[in-house]
Design a protein around this ligand. Structure first.
Ligand SMILES: *Cc1c(COP(=O)(O)O)cnc(C)c1O
Length: 354
């Protein structure tokens, strides 16, 4: 096979993945040939997965966390919807379930609704966050799950999570927080987002984004192991008796790298990364504003700026990996590999090309 090299990260500005921490990379390599989907055979990696969940729980304000290392935020979100749907079905025979999400919810919820046959109701936003009153209007007796986002994919916004959790409780629905991207940044902010701050039931928090683990390493957390029961199916020919994951065979590399990254970085390394990213977001916002562009002010390290479409195309032609929001803004995610030096070089090109 001809050797192909992956892209380098010097001009990658819109990805939510990054260069893995060296310890995470090494751990992934060591555990490449393991399958935590078969814990009876691959005992070491199964034990590591318990450690991963314990550490993720600590980050998310939850002792005795239940959950597992998923293939990513998509799987974790699908599973959160599945838990809620099955719980309602088992409890009172719910046949017409709906899930209420903010309009800013990640598109993985569209997949979840499609696969699981639940109705998705999207609540409008005010200033990029969920309007809780509008959400309340969409919530009814058939609502099995109410979702809040802690760090939206497009603008890095945090929904009013305690209010949304209270709304879910009032309807006897579950509450899920999607912190796939924000989960490793929010511990260093004043936001109410985690299991300690509100009676939420499940959470998506991905080591393979700001956690600096290798792909694939997503995280699904649940407040108690009973919440995972509605996912369990029998596994006749494995040594273990049941399985709650969506995938069967899965990556031990992701599990081991998640543990290695969190051991290396929690909390000081993540705090430093979060601060640097936030400084860079604010610095870039100031630099773009000075140049006359409209910028959606960043609350987490993610910048969206109104840059002409033609300029974005030219930047792409110069190998900048940039994406647009649904509204057409240029979106820059301050992942750990996005340094001040890279941002300066980006601005130089922007000045030349616009
Ligand atoms: C990235 C992201 C997801 C999806 O995660 P994948 O790992 O890409 O499957 C879900 N929710 C949010 C908020 C995200 O930012």
């Amino acid at each position: 096979m001809q050797r192909a090299d992956p892209q380098d990260f010097a001009r990658v500005l819109s990805s939510m993945c990054t260069i893995p921490h060296p310890e995470a990379r090494a751990a992934a390599q060591r555990f490449l040939a393991t399958n935590p989907g078969d814990p009876g055979t691959y005992e070491t990696v199964a034990a590591l997965e318990e450690e991963a969940i314990e550490m993720l729980g600590r980050i998310a304000g939850l002792s005795d966390a239940a959950g597992y290392v998923a293939s990513g935020g998509t799987e974790a979100n699908i599973q959160a919807v599945r838990i809620a749907r099955n719980r309602a079905r088992n409890r009172d025979g719910s046949t017409d379930p709906n899930v209420v999400v903010p309009e800013s919810a990640h598109f993985s919820f569209t997949k979840a609704a499609d696969v699981l046959g639940v109705e998705l109701r999207r609540a409008p936003l005010t200033d990029y966050r969920t309007d809780v009153d509008a959400m309340a209007e969409l919530t009814d007796e058939q609502t099995v799950l109410v979702v809040a986002v802690a760090g939206t994919t497009e603008y890095g916004r945090v929904d009013p999570i305690p209010e949304i959790a209270a709304l879910a409780k009032a309807h006897d629905a579950l509450c899920h927080v999607d912190a796939a991207w924000g989960g490793f940044v929010l511990p260093f902010t004043d936001y109410d987002w985690n299991f300690e701050h509100a009676p939420i039931d499940t959470m998506t928090i991905d080591p393979h984004k700001m956690g600096q683990a290798v792909v694939p390493a997503g995280g699904l957390l649940a407040r108690s192991s009973e919440l995972l029961d509605p996912l369990a199916i029998d596994t006749p020919y494995l040594e273990s008796t049941g399985q709650v994951t969506l995938t069967g065979t899965r990556s031990g590399a992701g599990v081991a790298s998640a543990v290695a990254a969190m051991e290396a970085l929690w909390p000081d390394g993540y705090r430093t990364a979060a601060r640097t990213a936030q400084d860079n977001a604010e610095w870039l916002t100031a630099a773009l504003t000075e140049r006359g562009y409209d910028v959606v002010s960043p609350v987490l390290p993610l910048v969206a700026a109104d840059i002409p479409r033609a300029t974005i195309e030219k930047l792409r032609d110069h190998n900048w990996r940039v994406s647009k929001t649904g509204a057409g803004e240029l979106r820059i995610v301050m992942m750990p590999h996005v340094t001040r030096e890279i941002l300066r070089s980006f601005l130089d090109d922007l000045d030349r090309l616009d």
